[in-house]
Design a protein around this ligand. Sequence first.
Ligand SMILES: NC(=O)c1ccc[n+]([C@@H]2O[C@H](COP(=O)([O-])OP(=O)(O)OC[C@H]3O[C@@H](n4cnc5c(N)ncnc54)[C@H](O)[C@@H]3O)[C@@H](O)[C@H]2O)c1
Ligand SMILES: O=C(O)C[C@H](O)C(=O)O
Ligand SMILES: [Mn+2]
Length: 543
Amino acid sequence: MTTPQNILNDPFLNKGTAFTVAERQALGLTGLVPPVVQTLEQQAEQTYGQYQSKSSDLEKRLFLMEIFNTNRVLFYKLFSQHVVEFMPIVYDPTIADTIENYSELYVQSQGAAFLSIDEDDATIKETLRNAAAGRDIKLIVVTDAEGILGIGDWGTNGVDIAVGKLMVYTAAAGIDPSSVLPVVLDAGTNNQTLLDDPLYLGNRHERVRGQRYDDFVDHFVDAAEDLFPELYLHWEDFGRSNAANILNRYQDKITTFNDDIQGTGIIVLAGILGALQISKQKFTDQVYLSFGAGTAGAGITQRIFDEMVEQGLTPDEARKHFYLVDKQGLLFADDPTLTPEQKLFARDRAEFSNAAELTNLAAVVKAVQPTILVGTSTQPGAFTEAIVKEMAAHTARPIIFPLSNPTKLAEAKAADLIEWTNGQALVAMGIPAADVTYNGVTYQIGQANNALVYPGLGLGTLAATATRLNDTMISAAAHSLGGIVDASQPGAAVLPPVSKLAEFSQTVAEAVASSAVAQQLNREPISDVTAAVTNLKWVPEYK
Ligand SMILES: NC(=O)c1ccc[n+]([C@@H]2O[C@H](COP(=O)([O-])OP(=O)(O)OC[C@H]3O[C@@H](n4cnc5c(N)ncnc54)[C@H](O)[C@@H]3O)[C@@H](O)[C@H]2O)c1
Ligand SMILES: O=C(O)C[C@H](O)C(=O)O
Ligand SMILES: [Mn+2]
């Protein structure tokens, strides 16, 4: 039964002071909110004023979550008005603080589904059904939180990354917030701090691995696909030993996407295409070095490799352009500890006269002279002045993307990279970075964060009613973004600015949807792709 109190407590129905007199009368709300009827704009202005009075980023985020929990339209209205300001508050890097302190900060579940490896299949399905509460779910972001950003294993606390990623889907691409569901798969945690914390709210045991884990994931996917047949399933922040496995297991069967592998691959390819537009260099001439060859590092490398092949190199020729460096140094094919994704790009020891010395980034940079250096290592400061200067000595416009998140983990600071290279480096960071002024030129720093692309990718795939998300669609997404850069401007960024997020999400969505339709992956007939994308978009307005 929908009582007046239920309406006020439901963030999808509640309008607060914006209920009109007629609505108040019809719904039994007369006298249950203050007498003045406000517009959404007035509410947004008042709420923004309150937001500004908060002194720390964490307090700002907690305040916005309160609005999210009480009134979705108002939350997204505000978010759309202040995208650049809110992104680092609602999302990365502030989200890392709320994940690390989840139990201490816990107030409410934010509409998420909490699935436990200790429950049976029937309970998994029941939880998803309960969480959907009759809504037609089109998009799930799921995490098992083993590799949250670069901060590691956070167990059930990681649910916040699923909630946060979904907020960006709506703010950037207008995904209807009533069609989404954040999910956490709690398979335990190996984070001793959590296991020892009396307040920890998740399963207090070690991470389960092997067949029981795989079965848990399978049961979740089966239940979700069964309940929500038009689902787009987004995987986030799984550990290195599971992320690629899971994607490989499902990508040919359902419409699914791994953000750390594929989303990051797209944004880095787009950033490189943007950088080369500025430097006027050729893509197939580049020498690529990935520092940190885990989920993101290997995923990005695969995307850049596929592009080299698309641009005419044979796979064997293309492979010669890539070097992976991880903890052990340059990755060699005779190393028995390589992951399957690393093996594809491991080098032959015989190629180097000093192979035994290539155990650190400095030695490898000297030996292979990369033109592109991408960091996904979680090692702050790893791109030292000496390394960067060595790289810049052999290439006119070094492309350097320190992408480890959150802020404290970045391999270098943008301002240092610009200074050390006399303004020649083409830089993008994983989190927002301020402009850098050097020798009278203002350099804008692109944000190579998958958040710039996954919303449009999801919108386009959903709008096309695509039954799969394949590499052709992914390539189309990267190319649609890479073309937006204004290469004529001195100090131009390699990627479009977050202030245009809503615009280029539409661009990405159209490119992806067109690709899906051209490949006949659409479930339903689509005659006009632009209209299909536009019509799917939800706007924050009271109905
Ligand atoms: N900007 C983005 O959009 C984006 C997207 C995905 C991931 N990331 C960031 O990339 C980082 C890695 O994420 P992931 O999901 O790939 O994690 P991961 O654990 O799968 O990979 C990290 C890799 O770094 C390696 N590593 C650790 N110490 C190292 C060292 N001293 N030298 C060289 N390599 C070392 C690990 O062995 C591992 O292979 C995180 O900080 C994450 O926030 C950024
Ligand atoms: O969450 C982000 O900010 C990007 C990325 O997915 C990451 O894991 O770092
Ligand atoms: Mn991630």
